[in-house]
Write a protein of this length. Sequence first.
Length: 263
Amino acid sequence: MEHLNNLIKILLVIEYNGRRYFGFQWQTGQPTIQAELEKAIKKLTGEDRRVVAACRTDAGVHALGQVVSFRTASELPPARFVSGLNYYLPDDIAVKGATRIPHAFNVMKQAVRREYIYKILNRHSRPALFNNFYYYIRARLDTASMDRAAGLLVGEHDFASFVTEWTRSESTVRQIYEAKVERNGEEVTIFVAANSFLTHQVRNMTGTLIRVGTGKMTVDEFKDILVSKKLSLAGPTVPAHGLYLMKVIYPDNVEFKYENLCT
């Protein structure tokens, strides 16, 4: 077994188009983001290394600011990991920045905030472009009502109603820091930031907010779903292709700054 003193730990900020992948996490016989990263590391360094992610995005979900880490015996500087891995990675995955981190740093457990957006194309005519990056809704959405409902999500709540099923022993309580809905012409964006999220939570919240926006549910009924804490009450679960992991934030005392890695 290799000794940690002979290795360094590298953190990467990556982006990807999740359309053709079965999520981030490695799966037997299926294309995943993790598998592509590990293949690229093997080609660059000659090492078989396991990659750990801050967020395990689902099949079809995109990312502009995923954070991952891995250990290596390579002495390449961080900048060479960026250029070298991008050379070997497929065109729909890219490394935006890299830095060395302490071995004790855990990109998943030490993240304090995760930010997602869900993008909706809201117009009368169906789109011919960007079908894999927006969820198309024909009916005009009342984004003001959606935004009021989204505001109810802010704070610490038991979000069991926004989970389809939950067999784990851990709590379904999460802390949402921000939640808002904005319109820019034909584009409607739902933004949500939390300490962490339950499985399909953002997509189930979005599906419920869309029901508010189309007049199928009132803001008060949305609140009732939140406070009921009953599994599968929210939804429907919207498609993955409109969801983006935007950013993962760490405590102020960490040795790197996300923005500096992506310039």
